[in-house]
Design a protein around this ligand. Structure first.
Ligand code: NDP
Ligand code: KPL
Length: 346
């Protein structure tokens, strides 16, 4: 643990987002960051990160306070960290769960867990596993990708919205104070915008207008948001899907303004032919976060009787894409797949 002014922070996942989160926290000098790396550990521990950042400039050989290969376990019942921040992709249809990833470093009832990840309902499994810990939501609006191991391209300015998720056994005032404390530490460097939100889920629903539509459509087509606009695919596909998310948000108590779809359509400068993170995953052969970005808002809307025909099709296309990505990763042949298919039939 740390003195009051410098928190000890563990960040799990040093890809596009985790690396910039680490850099930003360290540059404010109110956090000492330990970063857990996986595939890029060897490269980064030897040469550091190469970063081109719209907020922080060009850096070579950059490392946080410490990089480690696995999540450090608690010693004598106490975590060495005030905050454990998870910046991995969140893929509940493929293990391990986020709860199991963070668990070794979490002291029950003490460590604050921060989820800087896209999607809806991502806190629910953690609330069940850690009913006495504060769990914070971080909705990030940065655009940042790892081009190759240790090479980060950060091209949209970092903006982070932080709020406390509801956790039945945690005092709401305490968790909101912890959210504000994280905001202060994240803002300390003065290079980014970090805001506190009273309701953690409002910003999640707002962001889903983009993430539930642009992300999967670009991933399925392996294309960018400028191409969707240039090919006139907005009116019949993107906008109706965005309006379905707006209707689902409203049915769940979040009224989003009437212009939000247009703002999200116009958000990416055309010139950069921007590929959302889910598209980057499909291109890299990584699994996609479709359950939290598409499945959860779809189920939340349908539960309230909202008609969501476009999102239903997008969801099914994602399911097929995920199946293909899994089959390729596992090296399954067409023959093997047919065998499994026939053997599973009654
Ligand atoms: N990229 C963006 O611009 C934005 C992304 N987001 C959200 O932020 C989250 C992170 O996305 P992003 O940074 O793009 O993802 P990346 O795929 O770039 O990075 C994720 C990192 O987590 C690592 N990782 C995964 N599992 C573990 C584990 N068990 N232990 C240690 N490391 C692990 C991965 O390692 P490995 O390489 O070995 O797989 C990878 O380095 C997602 O929820 C995304 O939707 C939100 C806003 C913008
Ligand atoms: C909207 C965007 C591009 C970043 O803010 C994103 O969330 C993503 O690529 O998944």
């Amino acid at each position: 643990m740390s003195d009051e002014d410098t928190a000890s922070i563990l960040i799990i996942g040093g890809g596009g987002v985790g690396t910039i989160v680490a850099l930003n926290l360290e540059c404010g000098r109110r956090a000492k960051v330990t970063l857990v790396l996986r595939s890029n550990f060897d490269r980064v521990s030897q040469d550091g990160f190469s970063i081109r950042s719209v907020d922080h400039g060009n850096l070579t050989g950059w490392q946080p306070h410490k990089v480690v290969k696995k999540v450090p376990a608690i010693v004598n019942g106490t975590s060495a960290f005030d905050f454990v921040v998870c910046c991995t992709k969140n893929i509940p249809d493929f293990g391990p769960s986020i709860g199991d990833i963070v668990q070794p470093a979490v002291t029950l009832g003490q460590t604050t867990i921060v989820l800087i990840q896209n999607g809806l309902n991502i806190e629910l499994p953690l609330v069940e596993q850690f009913p006495q810990n504060t769990i914070l939501s971080g909705v990030s609006f940065m655009g940042s990708h790892e081009l190759e191991a240790g090479v980060i391209e950060h091209d949209f300015e970092d903006k982070l919205v932080v709020g406390a998720f509801q956790n039945v056994s945690v005092d709401a005032e305490l968790s909101s104070a912890q959210a504000r404390d994280f905001v202060a530490r994240y803002s300390a460097g003065g290079k980014t915008v970090c805001e506190y939100a009273v309701d953690a889920n409002r910003s999640r629903w707002e962001k889903l207008v983009y993430n539930a539509t642009m992300n999967p459509i670009c991933a399925v087509l392996r294309t960018d948001t400028a191409t969707l606009r240039l090919s006139n695919s907005i009116e019949n596909l993107v906008r109706p899907a965005m309006e379905e998310i707006r209707a689902a948000a409203s049915a769940n108590g979040y009224n989003l303004d009437a212009f939000i779809a247009q703002r999200m359509i116009d958000m990416d400068p055309m010139e950069i032919f921007f590929k959302p993170s889910m598209c980057m995953d499909a291109l890299k052969g990584n699994l996609i976060e479709f359950e939290n970005l598409v499945g959860e808002p779809l189920r939340a809307g349908k539960k309230h009787g909202v008609a969501m025909p476009v999102l239903t099709v997008i969801y099914d296309m994602c399911k097929m894409l995920q199946w293909q990505l899994k089959a390729t990763r596992e090296g399954r042949s067409q023959e093997d797949m047919l065998k499994v298919y026939h053997s599973s039939k009654p």
